[in-house]
Design a protein around this ligand. Structure first.
Ligand SMILES: Nc1ncnc2c1ncn2[C@@H]1O[C@H](COP(=O)(O)OP(=O)(O)OP(=O)(O)O)[C@@H](O)[C@H]1O
Ligand SMILES: [Mg+2]
Length: 245
């Protein structure tokens, strides 16, 4: 991403984002709530178009005007949404099959096999027929993850995959993310507020502030940065922390 800007009305959310994401890495994106992390990820998969600046994936610039080009991009990059965003009227299998059908797959046996494999990867085998309303929060997250990986894209964007999960399930999501990287060569971009996960999964960490990239480095570098803004964030201290002492 080069000098990417986005605004909504008079709110200037992205103010010149410069970011490189390397093939095969797991990058964790950190930053305060409302700071533009979800907005930034939506630019990488072509759901939002910058008002200024450029984004290239695999050496090709994202041309936001053409639906056909975007269909090509969506095969390469998929996103697990913050809310899960499952279709309530479709079964688990219908939800996971959705991107396959969108991409033109018509062979029901192929679809069934891919859905079954994706459910195995997220450790929910045999849950095809359940409806979203019958799932726990953690299961919904995993189904959303299965849908994001069913086509084995080159890159997966995860928007808060740990939110609302118990620590053991959160840990299993971390293993999944790392397995996708090591076994399938998938490039991962993860937004999370779960600091333990950051140090478990990140090859690199990026911290956003005021609509720009404030810090880029390894997990060790962020810990040893000595920067109060970063350390307060990592340790969950607010500006008013002193008042409680
Ligand atoms: N489609 C939209 N239209 C108008 N404003 C939007 C839109 N999407 C996001 N915003 C605004 O952009 C800002 C950044 O939102 P974003 O969802 O990227 O934050 P975030 O960093 O993901 O926060 P959180 O950690 O709470 O998920 C917010 O003020 C939000 O209200
Ligand atoms: Mg968000």
């Amino acid at each position: 991403m080069r000098n990417v800007h986005q605004r909504f009305g008079d709110q200037h959310v992205l103010r010149g984002v410069d970011l490189d994401i390397y093939r095969g890495e797991t990058l964790v994106l950190l930053g305060g709530s409302g700071g533009g992390k979800s907005v930034l990820m939506k630019h990488i998969c072509g759901l939002l178009c910058p008002v200024k600046g450029t984004i290239e994936v695999d050496g090709e610039s994202i041309d936001c005007r053409g639906e056909r080009e975007l269909a090509g991009l969506r095969k390469k990059v998929s996103m697990m949404f913050q809310s899960g965003a499952l279709f309530d009227s479709l079964s688990v299998s219908g939800n996971i099959a959705f991107p396959l059908r969108e991409a033109g797959e018509r062979d029901d046996i192929v679809i069934q096999e891919k859905v079954c494999k994706a459910l195995e990867i997220v450790r929910l085998p045999g849950q095809e027929e359940k409806m979203p309303s019958e799932l726990s929060g953690g299961m919904r997250k995993r189904v959303a993850l299965a849908r994001a990986i069913v086509e084995m894209p080159a890159m997966v964007l995860y928007d808060e995959p740990h939110a609302g999960l118990d620590p053991v399930t959160a840990d299993s999501i971390d293993h999944l993310i790392k397995d996708l990287q090591t076994d399938h060569g998938i490039t991962n971009v993860v937004v999370t507020h779960e600091m333990r996960s950051v140090f478990r999964i990140a090859d690199r960490v990026v911290f956003m502030q005021d609509g720009q990239i404030y810090f880029k480095g390894t997990p060790t570098e962020i810990k040893e940065s000595g920067d109060p803004v970063l350390l307060d964030f990592l340790e969950g201290r607010s500006e008013r922390a002193g008042e409680w002492k």
